[in-house]
Design a protein around this ligand. Structure first.
Ligand code: PMV
Length: 335
């Protein structure tokens, strides 16, 4: 009962920030529908992916998790066990497990490592336990680990229903990798761990006076984006993604305590993107719960944008990104 899977990270175009307080907070039911692009890092050593192997066996005495060779304990371990317990109960198997996982990008730095991690874990564990779940049902399982992970089960462009129960909160594909020309240059400003993780930050969303407005707008924007992606309207998609990102950061900055993820270089990048757009280069930005910036563009402009972003003061690393395929089970085991 051993299986491995690989899944990619994703970048939200309409973001999830804050969980429903009407449901068990462990279910991670987002307050609004979201839209994302699953992302493939186009660098030799960085595809923005997580590779996970899991094995269940009657002789194991305890659940053991190793990420990057280090044993995981505390809240992270609890979340992983919560996901696996759901699957164990579906499969009616109560064997303990051993799991190993490896990311090829900086973890917890606003590049959505939890998304690829819980997507890969759900795919591998369901396969190891012999469960034949649809991708939609797998996305519900991945959501129990982290809300954004629901979207990384799918490839290309993805719509995620916030829903109002475990059954109605899931992700589906809008279209595959080739249907919409959207690439990105990620400007890494700080690859270190964040002080406040998104897991902790979600609890603060409701303390901002702007959160209700953000939720209402995000619902509308998610529906609009689905249509605009299918219409192949890059500028309209980019403009909505940028606006939605600023709504989320306005909520973060005005929550109590205030969450301010930006650094001076973050603002340098925002200003550069806005200037380039005025000069006729179509590009847009978005920022997750961290200081790093994703700058969206179409494939033909990627290298020009890369050259400029690289030179901005405070940009330590750049990663080119295109849409990625869905997560998949692989024969390559880590142990
Ligand atoms: O899935 P989590 O708990 O890591 O939350 C993700 C939060 C954002 O990345 C800021 C937005 C999103 O929708 O991905």
């Amino acid at each position: 009962m051993k299986s491995s899977a690989i899944a990619h990270s994703n970048i939200a175009l309409v973001k999830y920030w804050g969980r429903s307080r009407h449901h068990d907070s462990n279910l991670n039911i987002p307050l609004n529908d979201t839209v994302s692009m699953t992302k493939y890092g186009m660098m030799d050593d960085c595809h923005l992916q997580t590779h996970t192997t899991i094995e269940f066996a009657p002789e194991f005495n305890e659940d053991l998790v190793l990420v990057e060779g280090h044993e995981v304990i505390g809240r992270h371990l609890e979340r992983i066990i919560y996901v696996i317990d759901r699957l164990r109960s579906h499969a009616k198997i109560d064997y303990r497990f051993k799991m190993m996982s490896r990311n090829d990008f900086p973890t917890q730095a606003g590049l959505a490592s939890s998304a690829s991690a819980f997507a890969a874990l759900s795919l591998a564990a369901a396969d190891a336990l012999g469960l034949k779940f649809s991708r939609e049902n797998l996305s519900k399982i991945a959501r129990l680990g982290s809300g954004s992970a629901a979207r990384s089960i799918h490839g290309g462009f993805v719509y995620c229903y916030g829903g109002n129960s475990h059954e109605t909160s899931y992700a589906e594909q809008i279209c595959t990798v080739d249907c919409f020309d959207m690439h990105a240059v990620i400007a890494v400003v700080d690859a270190g761990k964040k002080e406040i993780t998104s897991d902790e930050g979600h609890h603060l969303a409701h303390t901002s006076p702007f959160n209700e407005f953000r939720i209402e707008k995000s619902h509308q924007q998610a529906q609009e984006l689905r249509k605009l992606i299918l219409d192949n309207d890059f500028d309209a998609v980019g403009a909505i993604a940028e606006a939605n990102c600023l709504y989320m950061h306005a909520v973060m900055m005005t929550s109590q305590p205030s969450l301010f993820y930006w650094q001076p270089a973050t603002l340098n990048i925002i200003k550069t993107v806005q200037k380039l757009r005025k000069q006729g280069l179509p590009c847009y930005f978005t920022i997750d719960a961290g200081p790093n910036v994703h700058c969206f563009c179409q494939s033909r402009n990627m290298h020009e944008l890369l050259k400029i972003i690289r030179q901005i003061e405070g940009v330590k690393q750049t990663i080119l990104v295109r849409p990625a395929d869905h997560g998949f089970v692989t024969d390559e085991h880590l142990f």
